[in-house]
Design a protein around this ligand. Structure first.
Ligand code: MN3
Length: 249
């Protein structure tokens, strides 16, 4: 069963954001459910995805203890509460359709659905740091960032400024807007740019969790240091793939 889970994640990583829809990521289709074994039968449709790396893979920038708590406790609670809330919801369970009507959803659905989606994306968009190597955007995304911001340092500076000024809990995003432009924006709580309530709208291709639970154990109140180190973990090939998908979609 461990092996099957790993295969599932591998597929998920390949499918990018489309994988976060109803078919592949989290919500399990009939076939995958059977393959997964009896423990999930007849239970909640959404599952906590395993991390695509070890809990300590992001050290020294994000510590193992934070990852264990963040994934096993925080993310799991979103998944559990999302499933609970869905039991009495008759509308679409597809993320995109669900979030498009966020303003009409119960707080339980909006917060926990967002929490599940946002964290799934957050994990996928990080990878183990390569010591001594600059972690820089690649390919078409690099070119687009250069065109838009002049250079990637300017882009990072703008992203950092927005992430730093979020008051309380929230997320900072890079999205591809409906008119295929790159845009940085922030959301509160577990909202995201697919939601109709979000000021910044579009397909997310970078996601940064700035809730204190994401960094407090290691960084305490020093959010700026956490953000600075997060750049060393960004999974740029994944971001580029999400970018290409969004541009093609
Ligand atoms: Mn979080």
């Amino acid at each position: 069963m461990k092996e099957q889970r790993r295969d599932f994640l591998k597929k998920t990583a390949l499918f990018g954001l489309t994988a976060l829809g109803s078919q592949v990521f989290g919500k399990v289709d009939e076939k995958a459910l059977n393959a997964w074994g009896s423990e999930f039968q007849e239970k909640e449709p959404f599952l906590l995805p395993e991390l695509p790396y070890a809990y300590d893979a992001l050290e020294p920038y994000i510590d193992k203890e934070t990852m264990v708590l963040h994934h096993d406790k925080h993310h799991k609670a979103y998944v559990d509460n999302f499933n609970k809330a869905l039991k009495t919801y008759s509308g679409s369970h597809d993320f995109k359709e669900l979030f498009a009507t966020a303003s009409a959803l119960s707080p339980a659905l909006r917060n926990n659905g967002g929490g599940h989606f946002n964290h799934s994306l957050f994990w996928m968009l990080m990878r183990a740091p390569k010591e001594g190597a600059a972690n820089e955007a690649s390919g078409a995304l690099y070119a687009a960032l250069k065109t838009m911001y002049g250079n990637t340092e300017t882009f990072r500076k703008e992203f950092n400024e927005q992430a730093l000024k979020i008051f309380g809990s929230g997320w900072c995003w890079l999205v591809v807007t409906a008119d295929k432009q790159l845009k940085i924006g922030v959301t509160s709580n577990q909202d995201n740019p697919l939601m109709d309530v979000s000021v910044v709208k579009g397909t997310p291709i970078l996601a940064l969790d700035v809730w204190e639970h994401a960094y407090y154990l290691k960084y305490q109140n020093k959010r700026a240091d956490y953000i600075q180190n997060w750049w060393k973990l960004v999974n740029w090939p994944m971001a580029e793939q999400l970018y290409m998908d969004a541009m093609a979609g």
